[in-house]
Structure formats: structure tokens, C-alpha cells
Write a protein that binds this ligand. Structure first.
Ligand SMILES: [Zn+2]
Length: 370
């Protein structure tokens, strides 16, 4: 009673906007047709509809093996695969801002957003960055697991630590374009350089909390506080390896034990790295079930911690669906999202706060891009 109509609609049908899914390379490399229900992986249009996943940033992930002369072209090929999806499927619409997301959802369609992962994709060219923006890309993760000429990665010690002068120019150019700067994957020194350089809110599209699990991909409380102060949003990553130190140790041991089998899979799919990575994830994921995978509550612990440190307006979801081998038990795929919604409510979150976490916080940033 007394609530504005818009807010009532949000509470009844919260938009779930996922900050990061890795489905685009399946569409390109494996010709996966996500308009129909697939027997494996985490995401396709029917399962998005069923799970209430109304919007997602499809990651235009450029693997580290692409470099000068090939990395930008790889990004364009992934964008083309996403563009074909929205051109041919009436149930999927490309979205580049909050209004387009809300419009697509109001029509009962899936809103497809794009973010590039791995700054080496622009091959040190601001013109390439412009081109990605024109194609609809609305964030760029400055590094992947590999650093590049202008930014350091959290998991690549061979590269220099922070942002170079070119890196600062890239950040400022993204600010001017209205493309969100994504600090997931970057080294700590790059993180602090970005926060000192950006004039706009940043995101961490798929990162969890280092105070709970010590993985270098996770963000420290000081980093979470800095993103909150900057007005940004962190999408909490679902990957159990990032959620729990004990599980990570067991998982790494399992990977070592399974090395002969995974090497054989890589050999079988030689020349088709997208497929071999997917098949290895499937194989290892099945075996990992026996390790006792951390449950949904562990994921909610990370969400809850981020909310405690940052406040309710700065936390979102960044599942990493289709890019990870295992999900918090008993999640299976995008259809399991209602379990997470129920777990947040069980943790004491009111509907309005749940809606912020599910998508409204990311939508706030998307509504202020231009
Ligand atoms: Zn990633």
C-alpha cells in the first residue's frame, strides 16, 4: 500500500541481470544453438526463461592465446555470434542501456548485453575500443588471467603491476564513451590505479570476497569499500573454487590427479580449444561432485559479506555460468536461480533488497551510462 506502481512491479517480478556469463564462445566455437534447450552447460534461452534470468552480460571473452592481429578479430567474431542470436530469435533482444533491458523484459524477452573480457582485445587501439562500443559492448574487463601492455592481472605475475599511461587513457576513454570499466581479474595495483583514474562508477562483473576465501581473484574489504565509495557494483561470482578455501585445495588436488585424462581430452579436441575446455570442465565437474561442493549458503555468505561491507546498493550477481566446471550445490544451471532468490529471503533480505541484488543495482549503472 502506498508504493509507486513501478516499485510494485519490481517487487513482483524482479529483473535478474547476470553480470557475466560465458555462453558466447559456445555459440561461436561449438555452434551451440541456445534458442533450444541444450543437454549440457548452464545457459540457453529456455532455461533463462525458466529460471527468471531475464538479462545477462554475454562475455566477449578473448583467450590469452589471441594477440596482435588476432585478438580484436576474435572479439568481433564473438560479437557476431551474439548479434546473429538477437537477429534471428524474437525472444532475445540486444540491450545497451537500462531502458532497453526493461523494454525487452516487459515484452517477455531476454535482454542480451555484451561485455568484453580481456583488454588485449583492443590491441592497444582506442579506435578498436570505439568500434566495440558501436557494436553494443557496454563494459570491458581490463584483463583476463593474462595481463596486457597496459594493465596487470591478478593471476599473471609476469606482467607489470599497475596501469600504464596507455592504461589510464583507456580508462578515461571508456569513461567518455559510457562503457563501464570492469576490475574483475585485475591485479591489486591495477585496481587502485583504476580507482584513482576513473571519473565514473566501476564494476567488478564477476568477483567474490577475499575476507571469506583468499583466492587472488577475490576482492579485499578495502577494495569492496572503494567500489562502494566510487558508486560501483560488484557481481558476486558463483564459482565454488572462489567461494571456499578448503574446496579450492581439494579441487586443485583433483585437477592434478585427473591430469592424464584431461590431457587426453585436450589431445582429442586438438585445434578446437573452445570445445576441449568445455569438455574438460564437464569431465572435471562431474568428478568434483564427490568432493562435497560448497552449498548455496556459502554463495549467500559472500553476497551477505559484500552487503555488510559495501551497503545494499553495490552488490549484484556475476555467475560465470558456462565458464565454470561446478556450481554451488544444489544448483545445476540457470533454472536454479529461484533457489538463490529463496536463500536470500531466508537470510532475511526484504523483497526490495533482493531486487537490488538480483539486478536493480547493475541497472542503476546502466541507466547512467550516457
Ligand atoms: Zn572471468
Amino acid at each position: 500500500m502506498g508504493l509507486p506502481l513501478g516499485l510494485l512491479l519490481v517487487l513482483q517480478h524482479p529483473i535478474i541481470l547476470d553480470g557475466h556469463i560465458d555462453t558466447a564462445q559456445r555459440m561461436l566455437d561449438m555452434k551451440a544453438d541456445i534458442s533450444a534447450r541444450l543437454p549440457d552447460g548452464h545457459v540457453d534461452l529456455p532455461r533463462m526463461q525458466e529460471g527468471g534470468l531475464s538479462a545477462a552480460f554475454f562475455s566477449i571473452w578473448v583467450d590469452a592465446r589471441y594477440g596482435p592481429g588476432t585478438a580484436f578479430r576474435r572479439a568481433l567474431a564473438l560479437i557476431d555470434a551474439v548479434q546473429v542470436l538477437v537477429d534471428t530469435q524474437p525472444g532475445a533482444e540486444l540491450a545497451t542501456d537500462a531502458d532497453e533491458v526493461r523494454g525487452a523484459v516487459a515484452r517477455g524477452h531476454i535482454a542480451v548485453l555484451m561485455g568484453v573480457e580481456g583488454g588485449h582485445a583492443i590491441e592497444n587501439s582506442l579506435a578498436h575500443l570505439d568500434s566495440l562500443y558501436r557494436r553494443g559492448v557496454r563494459y570491458m574487463t581490463l584483463t583476463w588471467n593474462n595481463g596486457n601492455d597496459w594493465a596487470g592481472s591478478a593471476t599473471d605475475e609476469r606482467r607489470h603491476g599497475g596501469l600504464t599511461d596507455l592504461g589510464k587513457r583507456v580508462v578515461r576513454h571508456m569513461n567518455e564513451l559510457g562503457m563501464l570499466v570492469d576490475v574483475s581479474h585485475v591485479s591489486d595495483s591495477t585496481f587502485w590505479d583504476v580507482l584513482a583514474t576513473t571519473s565514473r562508477p566501476v564494476i567488478a562483473s564477476h568477483s567474490s570476497c577475499r575476507a571469506i576465501a583468499r583466492h587472488p581473484r577475490n576482492l579485499s574489504d578495502a577494495q569492496l569499500r572503494a567500489i562502494a565509495k566510487n558508486g560501483g557494483v560488484v557481481g558476486i561470482n558463483f564459482y565454488p573454487v572462489f567461494l571456499d578455501d578448503h574446496f579450492r585445495e581439494q579441487y586443485e588436488e583433483l585437477r592434478r590427479r585427473l591430469r592424464p585424462e584431461t590431457d587426453a581430452i585436450h589431445a582429442r579436441y586438438r585445434g578446437r580449444p573452445g570445445e576441449s575446455a568445455f569438455e574438460v570442465d564437464k569431465f572435471v565437474g562431474d568428478k568434483a561432485e564427490s568432493l562435497g561442493v560448497p552449498g548455496l549458503d556459502r554463495l549467500v555468505d559472500h553476497i551477505d559479506h559484500a552487503v555488510q561491507v559495501m551497503g545494499i546498493d553495490h552488490v549484484g550477481l556475476g555467475s560465470d555460468f558456462d565458464g565454470i566446471s561446478v556450481l554451488p550445490a544444489p544448483m545445476k544451471d540457470a533454472t536454479s536461480l529461484p533457489l538463490l532468490v529463496a536463500a536470500l529471503r531466508a537470510r532475511g533480505y526484504a523483497d526490495g533488497d533482493v531486487a537490488k541484488i538480483l539486478g536493480e543495482n547493475f541497472l542503476r549503472l546502466l541507466s547512467a551510462l550516457r
